[in-house]
Write a protein that binds this ligand. Sequence first.
Ligand SMILES: [Zn+2]
Length: 322
Amino acid sequence: MRFNEFVANDRLIEEITEAVKTNTLPHAIILDGAKGTGKQTLAKIIARSFVCTSEGTSDIKPCGKCPACLKAEHLSHPDIFIANGNNTGELTVDAIRNIRADAYIKPNEAPTKVYLLLNCDKMLAPAQNSFLKVLEEPPANVVFIMTVTSANMLLQTVRSRSRLYTLYPVQPQAAAEYIYRIFPEKDYGDILHTAQLCDGNIGKTLEMLESGGEEAKKIADEIFTAAIKGNEYTVLTSTNKITASRTLAVSVLDFLTENVAECVRASVGIKTLSAVAEDTAKRMTKGRILRLAENIERAKQVLETNVNLNFFSTWLSSMLKV
Ligand SMILES: [Zn+2]
């Protein structure tokens, strides 16, 4: 993957590519942003820009084609080190000590050695202090790239020796278009709907799509249509489907919330894209729609407790009678 394939965050990408072109990226970089905003993807692209051997002047590194880029793509470049942490994801003092010792050994083949410290949310203060030693007197030809959900989780002393780049979620439509380019076999409407639910967070959208988002949406639509028509039997059989897994149940409730929100918008005269919402707004009073919204919110809270799913699905079907 190259910089121009990274979706949105245009100004940030421009700033970074400019620094790549002028060879002014610092030796310590922090990428911060919510989970799913692409920090690790961007960290890997930056890492590749340091090992890419492309000679072309018009190409911005990484070129994605040279042997070094291909090795990096396959995670087998000898000068890119990825620290993922131990089995609980923690970057321990020992792990940092190993990195420190290794950093003073010359690169194998690239001009620069790159260390990716992914998920620094799990680098506790003692490990950070140990890391600080190498940041204060960095060996030549070494770059450290850290990713963290918020730079505030890092010590001020670490932050002050690094350059911070912040990533933001993108517009849902841009997120959906990006995902659709990777998975053209998926339904674009489903992707866009999921991306809207996830506020443009690409990682979250992909996770929801993978965890049966499309199925969850289908079930939610079934439940919802039956509920507004007062078809109790279908509500019961449809809610019974969420007992398959807790993740599915959570997704179904998220989609139900979105369905009701559409109805609320339609009931106050805002044009929506949902035919069901438009129809519901005509059939139900605003008071009933709001009651439905409240009950779904309550159901979400109940689901957060360790409630039995069979019990929950039956209870949910009764809550949908408004
Ligand atoms: Zn290259």
